[in-house]
Design a protein around this ligand. Structure first.
Ligand SMILES: Cc1cc2nc3c(=O)[nH]c(=O)nc-3n(C[C@H](O)[C@H](O)[C@H](O)COP(=O)(O)OP(=O)(O)OC[C@H]3O[C@@H](n4cnc5c(N)ncnc54)[C@H](O)[C@@H]3O)c2cc1C
Length: 496
């Protein structure tokens, strides 16, 4: 089949999957008014892939001459990674900063298992790389939407998977091995757009030890498989929400769902890790490498929108030229462009996986970029909220604005700078409300890995020997001579 149409994708969700939303079973996600928001957003992937204007960027011809999604191809060169960035940018620009989710997160998981499967095969003589490739083909040929199930519910964060006290299912684990596959139980949480996907790629979210071997498991599975239950995330909006009041949250409900695996059978050809605990951390870190790149790419697109909203609101409020506002806007420009530049640098300095033709983003730069944008997000929201004023949260709703009884009052009293339609000022205030919601705050801090996760990686990857040698040389402490960068440097100051 290769490329699906948007209609075929929507049809594919009518498969009897078990989904709960707001306390009720959803018999058909395509007929549910709020789940439909997610489905329509995910469907943009299919609309864009079928649009001749974007096909060259978004799709490739496979060896059978069939058009397939480029996002599902393995990344072999820097140019592939640069192209992937352009793909994510397009997805994000089209969907107001939120890349359409059919392949967005899980492509990074597929890349991660592609790299790590080879490492496991080299050590154990397993055949995981072939299984991953077969799964990749299956996803491509059927143009499936798939979610990434990395984050476990985790229970007590201070305890390892096997040490958990209340029960042993806080991390997804193998509960039974059979000749034809495995049976798994446990739960993954915050899994973006899962109820709108066909498949889920499951992988461990942390490094493991020998005693955690049952938890070192990676596999792909269809989301209508017996034993899978999805509980939708509480949305920011209701089904009645208006696009005027909620321009972002009414357009994109990411639906970061909780997925329960209750004795789910996984056939052996869909297994990519099964007990090789030393590689659990590799999968998690490799996913993070790829996904931080994706996050940095879309975040720069979200930030161009964010900075634009700050500038427009400043103009509408009549304060564009005020010194404190210019200072804040300039800071926002630096923030936006620094995220874009660091994200690109992670690709320019990508790393080739030993013994393969696969590349991945530079982990040091990718982690620094993710940390930088997440750590500064609240500063950015502080600035835009300051520029916008209280109207961001106190403006009456669209129903009042369009009610003849109150419209003229609002038109008169919510006006800002002369010449700017009141409606524009109200619309921009609503956009800023959405952009600075607590959902956006938590998403920016935690999605793609929490701040400490990046700091850990950065500290581990840091070139301490280089930093130390530079300091030793300046302090005239012996030691720097053995570092290749410093060994041959001329003495300084010169003896003239
Ligand atoms: C909007 C959104 C979308 C997401 N989408 C996906 C998705 O599609 N797929 C997916 O797999 N995941 C997804 N995630 C999950 C995301 O990767 C996690 O939220 C993130 O890794 C943090 O994990 P957590 O939420 O369990 O927080 P926690 O791990 O509970 O973090 C809370 C605090 O505890 C600290 N902490 C935790 N453990 C330790 C420890 N052992 N020692 C010291 N400190 C510790 C953390 O540093 C942090 O300060 C998403 C998250 C969000 C918010």
């Amino acid at each position: 089949m290769a490329l699906k149409t948007a209609e075929q994708y929507i049809e594919s969700l009518k498969d009897g999957r078990v989904v709960y939303f707001n306390g009720e079973r959803v018999p058909d996600v395509t007929a549910h008014p709020v789940c439909k928001i997610t489905n329509d957003w995910v469907a943009m992937d299919y609309l864009l892939n079928n649009d001749p204007r974007y096909q060259e960027l978004l799709t490739d011809l496979d060896e059978d001459g069939e058009r397939v999604s480029f996002a599902l191809q393995p990344q072999r060169t820097r140019e592939d990674l640069l192209r992937l960035r352009e793909v994510v940018k397009l997805w994000a620009r089209v969907c107001f900063g939120k890349p359409t989710g059919a392949k967005f997160v899980a492509k990074d998981g597929l890349n991660a298992v592609t790299v790590v499967a080879r490492r496991v095969d080299r050590k154990y003589g397993t055949d995981y790389a072939a299984a991953v490739e077969a799964y990749r083909k299956y996803l491509q040929k059927n143009d499936l939407a798939f979610a990434m199930g990395l984050t476990d519910v985790k229970g007590d964060r201070a305890l390892r998977p096997s040490e958990q006290v209340q029960h042993k299912d806080f991390y997804v684990r193998i509960v039974e091995e059979r000749p034809d596959g495995i049976v798994v139980s446990g739960a993954k949480t915050h899994i973006s757009q899962a109820p709108a996907c066909n498949e889920i790629l499951v992988a461990p979210c942390r490094a493991m030890r020998a005693e955690d071997a049952a938890y070192a498991v990676a596999f792909g599975i269809n989301l209508d498989a017996p034993g899978i239950t999805m509980i939708c995330a509480q949305p920011e909006i209701s089904a009645e929400a208006d696009l005027f009041d909620h321009p972002l949250s009414r357009s994109v409900y990411i639906n970061d769902a909780t997925i329960i695996f209750d004795n789910v059978f996984v056939p052996k050809e869909r297994i990519f890790l099964k007990g090789e605990w030393e590689f659990a951390g590799d999968v998690a870190y490799m996913f993070a490498n790829f996904h931080r790149l994706s996050a940095e790419t879309y975040k720069a697109m979200e930030l161009e929108l964010f900075t634009g909203a700050a500038a427009l609101m400043a103009e509408y409020n009549g304060i564009l030229k005020k010194p404190h506002v210019r200072e804040k806007l300039t800071w926002l420009v630096m923030y936006t462009e620094a995220v874009e530049t660091l994200g690109r640098a992670a690709v320019e300095h990508c790393v080739t996986e030993e013994g393969t033709q696969l590349v991945y983003p530079n982990p040091m730069i990718a982690n620094i970029c993710k940390f930088y944008f997440a750590d500064n997000w609240h500063q950015a929201t502080k600035y835009i909220q300051d520029i916008g004023g209280g109207i961001i949260v106190t403006a009456p709703s669209a129903k009042d604005y369009f009610n003849p009884a109150t419209h003229d009052f609002m038109e008169k009293y919510f006006a800002g700078k002369a010449g700017v339609p009141t409606e524009y000022r109200l619309r921009m205030a609503k956009l800023i409300r959405d952009l600075t919601s607590s959902y956006e705050d938590v998403l920016t801090i935690h999605a793609e890995g929490s701040l400490e996760a990046q700091k850990l990686s950065i500290a581990e990857l840091a070139d301490w020997a280089r930093y130390r040698a530079a300091a030793m040389r300046a302090a005239r402490i012996p030691g720097s001579e053995s570092h290749p960068l410093f060994a041959e440097l001329p003495p300084f100051p010169p003896q003239l």
